[in-house]
Design a protein around this ligand. Structure first.
Ligand SMILES: Cc1ncc(C[n+]2csc(CCOP(=O)(O)OP(=O)(O)O)c2C)c(N)n1
Length: 514
């Protein structure tokens, strides 16, 4: 068995069943091993941003890692933007990057770069494999690193000679460490704060927005009267009718500040203190109101669910959560396309257990509020602000959960970064309905420019923020990659297309001109 085969065998034995890949010559032994080892589904992405974004979406939905396979430094560089988002999402991911054979590096062949230097800031764990005999145990260590709470990026750099040399050995998986429990004094302090008669919010992020932590948070809120908030950069939230009521901190600074203003106490669970996305002249970057006491109940790598459960017990919370979101959804509206109308159609038709991948940007700002009473579903967001994640992430989510339909909401500018994901959707026949909000602009940047107080925009600057010349034809782009689609001109046409897409067992694209 060569090193590459020991790597694939160790990965599959350790529960890594999917590899999103864009390989090259240096990864050929890994690719060849896929035919000798059962149990690894290999999925081709036609750009590395699709590969890393899909691995992120898979990790968020499967709650275990897929691996990505990238070609040397340039392949990694192409995948970095979505690797950044994955790291910000604390998604579990094993990032395998091929490298030249050790003896080849001194020749400075064209693809040579310092892969370690490129990968380091995007990795929580990194190792360069040195010997075929150790590659299996390197892979096992990578799995443990990726699977350790709250989910980590483990980058394994794989020199070609380590992959092709005989003497590989499959390694057993060391135990995955359990997340530590916060100190009891930390939980007691949170209980004392919640007993004080002060307006209090509990800010949740990461795994705290998923069961079982979510219900425990709901019980704490019910017992104490505290309000549950979700960090703007939330990776995934389980929401909808029957679930705890959680409000997301808005993107827009003034709106976020207005939401947070009333609180005198803030308890953080898997979240950092709220901060603005960007700095603006004369505005604070920190969003925690002045005089508000902040207390960290559980850090991201700690056991958020157990901490919340212990807190609920101290507070004498009811074991059964009663204060949940009511089922409430509108009838699908008709008429001219408007943003509230589009949100209402989505709310009217969202199927139970749907996975919504949201990079709708300015067009979807009303989506969360409109869908809060829809049947239970998951909502996945862009966590790192690097745009071009929705379509790749939808691929990964659909691969992880073939039992659920996936609704991908993408703004047109964001979508253009990684639209090659449509090809993978078609090739793998994934049940993903992609809605493209075609406002033909980088609309958010116009608002940001105004926030920066730069005065009126000149024609050259304006043309940097508009993408309508030439006009993108999304249904043609999708068709060219094997995805059927339709352009809709009214809310009833949108509702009809959305219903058809969500019922179909394959990919579908709806272009909504705005
Ligand atoms: C990788 C990356 N490149 C560039 C940006 C800067 N950026 C932020 S928003 C945006 C345009 C978004 O336009 P679109 O996705 O069409 O959404 P809209 O604002 O029109 O709703 C750009 C270019 C970014 N965040 N990430």
């Amino acid at each position: 068995m060569n090193g590459a085969e020991s790597l694939v065998r160790t990965l599959t034995a350790g529960g890594v069943e999917v590899c999103f890949a864009n390989p090259g010559t240096s990864e050929m032994h890994f690719v060849a091993a896929l035919d000798r080892v059962a149990g690894m589904r290999c999925i081709l992405g036609l750009f590395e941003g699709v590969v890393t974004g899909a691995a992120d979406g898979y990790g968020r939905m499967a709650r275990k890692p897929a691996c990505s396979l990238l070609h040397l430094g340039p392949g990694l560089a192409n995948g970095l933007a979505n690797l950044h988002n994955a790291r910000r999402a604390r998604a579990p991911l094993i990032n395998i990057v091929g490298e030249h054979a050790t003896r080849h590096k001194r020749y400075d062949a064209p693809l040579t770069t310092d892969i370690e230097a490129i990968a380091r800031p995007y990795s929580d764990w990194l190792r360069i494999s040195a010997h075929a005999a150790d590659l299996g145990s390197d892979a096992a260590d990578a799995i443990v690193a990726a699977r350790s709470e709250p989910g980590r990026i483990a980058t394994l750099i794989l020199p070609a000679d380590v992959a092709w040399t005989e003497g590989g050995a499959v390694a057993a998986l060391p135990p995955i460490p359990s997340p530590p429990m916060p100190a009891s004094a930390t939980i007691d302090r949170a209980a004392a704060m919640l007993r004080a008669d002060l307006p209090t919010a509990i800010l949740l992020a990461g795994n705290a927005l998923l069961e079982p932590a979510l219900t425990a948070a709901g019980r704490v809120a019910e017992a104490s009267g505290a309000r549950l908030l979700a960090a703007y950069s939330m990776a995934r939230i389980e929401r909808g009718a029957g679930r705890p009521i959680v409000t997301r901190v808005p993107y827009v600074l003034e709106q976020a500040a207005a939401l947070l203003r009333e609180f005198r106490q803030l308890i953080l669970v898997g979240a950092g203190p709220p901060v603005a996305f960007f700095a603006y002249p004369d505005k604070s970057s920190a969003l925690t109101p002045e005089g508000c006491e902040t207390h960290v109940l559980a850090r991201p790598g700690e056991d958020c669910a157990a901490a919340l459960d212990a807190l609920a017990t101290i507070l004498g919370a009811s074991p059964i959560l009663r204060r949940v979101q009511d089922f409430d959804r509108p009838a699908a509206p008709s008429g001219e396309i408007t943003l509230p109308g589009l949100a209402a159609v989505v709310a009217a038709l969202l199927p139970e257990n749907c996975v919504v991948v949201d990079e709708s940007m300015t067009s979807g700002r009303g989506m969360l509020a409109a869908t809060k009473g829809a049947p239970p579903h998951d909502w996945l967001c862009n966590t790192g602000g690097s745009i071009g994640i929705a379509m790749p992430m939808a691929v990964g989510a659909a691969v992880a959960r073939p039992d659920r339909s996936v609704l991908c909401l993408s703004a047109d500018g964001s979508g253009m970064f990684t639209l090659q994901a449509l090809w993978t959707m078609a090739r793998e026949n994934l049940a993903i309905t992609t809605v493209v909000f075609a406002n033909r602009a980088y609309a958010i940047l116009k608002g940001e420019y105004a926030n920066l107080g730069g005065g009126p925009l000149g024609p050259s600057a304006t043309s940097m923020l508009e993408i309508g010349r030439p006009e993108l034809d999304w249904t043609a782009l999708a068709k060219g990659m094997g995805v059927p689609g339709v352009r809709v001109e009214s809310l009833e046409a949108f509702a009809k297309a959305l219903d058809a897409g969500l019922r179909s067992q394959g990919p579908y694209l709806i272009e909504v001109p705005l």
